[in-house]
Design a protein around this ligand. Sequence first.
Ligand code: SF4
Length: 348
Amino acid sequence: MQDISSAIESLRTGLGSRLCIMGHHYESDAVVEHCDFTGDSLELARRIPSVDAEFIVFCGVSFMGESAALLAKQGQAVILPEPAADCQMARMSTAADARRVLKQIRDLGLDVLPLAYVNTDVPLKAVVGEFGGSVCTSANARTMMDWAFNAAERVLFIPDMHLGRNTARQLGIPEDEWHILELGPDGLVNPQSQPLGRKLLLWPGYCPVHAAYTPAHIEAARAAWPGCRITVHPEASPEVTALCDAAGSTSFLIKDAEARAGAGETLVVGTEVNLVRRLAKRSQGACRIVPLVDGEAAACPDMAMVTPEKLLASLQSIESGSWRQVVLSEADREPARLSLTRMLKICG
Ligand code: SF4
């Protein structure tokens, strides 16, 4: 492993300012240690326009690399160390399905605006841009949902029903104003019998890592560490977030853990386990930080597909001139970029 690490650093030094390596917080330490920038989806997207490097190697899943390619300057190449690493949640909604459903709702004479979580592919973001909507992240979902409700009578939140419901709660939208869509191969199942007039229509997608947390996990943590503080990512269900002390985006969870350094308390964090372990290491025992769920089940299998070996292979491909960059469909590029830049404009 040391050889791989040294080989990465040597190529990195050789490429100098021509290279920028970015990594999501959910990547392993062995990958993160080589990154120029780490962050959550919003932080990394915000950084892209100010990166001047010729090559952006993006250690994350495919939708993140696509977002980087959308925001990159002309001539910049975005390279994914493992292009097959995808987000399971993103795969739960396709552009064709979203277009069909939006059309079905509008054909019923209902005003609806799509708001898509950034965990979606570029074709879906393009549909969202085309229908006047925007992207959001877990860090700005509240601001963006508020924006969407000011622009339309109802919002279709795609694809994470849990983030949608948690955000609706924050905005004080009552549960009888939400509806989780029933979908089939032809879009809406029985549109006439679904309460599509409600304010918030939710795509029935979820993150298998965060949606696996249950109220029983919270009870077990409180029993194991009396007096502990429990924080969780809002991709967990509202039944779980309601039992926690706080719920927030990845950047919120990190800031919250850092604020507790030296507090001598136990902090139980419900998010991808690579990040929780890193937070525990960084706190150096000043505050005991433990994952809500540990082990393989709490790790994102797609993020884990990005390894130091694959990062090294990406850098070698740059050196040998055989790199493969993220290529976007020209038809999708502008509407998808519009859906992303709307968010960046509104949230600064
Ligand atoms: S942790 Fe969940 S939302 Fe994040 S990339 Fe993995 S499957 Fe997707």
